[in-house]
Design a protein around this ligand. Structure first.
Ligand SMILES: [Zn+2]
Ligand SMILES: [Zn+2]
Length: 267
């Protein structure tokens, strides 16, 4: 039971901070927050992702490239240009590494406005830091595991962040249905995305890239947006005066700019 709780808690918190902090905040700047809250969420992202912490700079640049080049040969992680799931993960990791370690300069348009905390980035990138988390996860299993097969779950803890990314990048551009023709192969994989907390509404998200709500139709539910509405209500985050709203059918088929409408912070 302790193992099940630990696994679900690690999975959920890791993917939450990936979609909320790395994706919607660091890469897209869909909302703003104070410097103090940014630091708190930055630290929580590190703690919850642990051994597979993704440096915001590496994640944000990679992701901005993905939107610009979605499913073309220049997309850093398209399932339509990679032979299999694991090869795509490997190629993605190498491109991410170049940006996260400041070894490769991105196109200028993909840079800027990315939160940075050098101390945490350094800890997250260091092998001593990563290995400390690996020991901690393994120790937890040694104490609480009740069957040998539970140890098979341990490698998932070690690389949790990249696994979530790869599920979204592969599934979200390959399996499911489309609400919109975005000129790419993005799909909505699930109508209630509890596995990756809204990330698998890729087709909606590529249509309305700045909408904090990844759900567009009445039967779709984006769990992270529900949490964000609470965070906005209590004043921790701010959607700003003009917020893009995902809608179906797209009222903006002929005029993309009209997608940005005057609207209150929350729907
Ligand atoms: Zn995508
Ligand atoms: Zn995005």
């Amino acid at each position: 039971m302790a193992i099940a709780i630990f696994f679900v808690a690690h999975w959920t918190t890791s993917v939450f901070f990936q979609t909320f902090f790395l994706h919607r905040y660091a890469a897209h700047r869909m909302f703003s927050m104070s410097k103090r809250w940014e630091r708190i969420f930055y630290a929580l992202t590190y703690i919850c992702q642990g051994s597979s912490f993704l440096v915001p700079r590496g994640y944000a640049i990679l992701h901005r490239m993905h939107h610009a080049y979605s499913d073309t040969p220049k997309d850093p992680h398209s399932p339509h240009h990679q032979p299999n799931f694991f090869k795509m993960m490997w190629v993605t990791k190498n491109i991410y590494h170049g940006f996260a370690h400041n070894e490769v300069d991105p196109e200028p348009r993909f840079d800027g406005g990315i939160p940075a905390w050098p101390t945490i980035d350094k800890m997250g990138r260091s092998w001593i830091g990563r290995f400390s988390w690996v020991i901690a996860y393994s120790a937890f299993y040694l104490v609480f595991a009740t069957h040998w097969w539970q140890f098979l779950l341990l490698p998932i803890h070690y690389v949790m962040g990249p696994i979530h990314g790869a599920i979204v990048n592969w599934g979200g551009h390959k399996y499911g249905y489309s609400n919109f023709d975005n000129g790419d192969k993005s799909k909505n994989t699930l109508v209630f995305d509890f596995v990756t907390l809204g990330e698998l509404f890729q087709n909606n998200h590529h249509k309305f890239g700045m909408s904090p709500n990844f759900a567009a139709r009445w039967f779709e539910l984006d769990p992270t947006y529900q949490v964000m509405k609470v965070l906005a209500f209590v004043g921790i985050i701010d959607f700003g005066k003009k917020v893009q709203l995902a809608r179906y059918p797209a009222a903006t088929a002929t005029a993309g700019a009209a997608a940005v409408v005057e609207a209150p912070a929350a729907e």
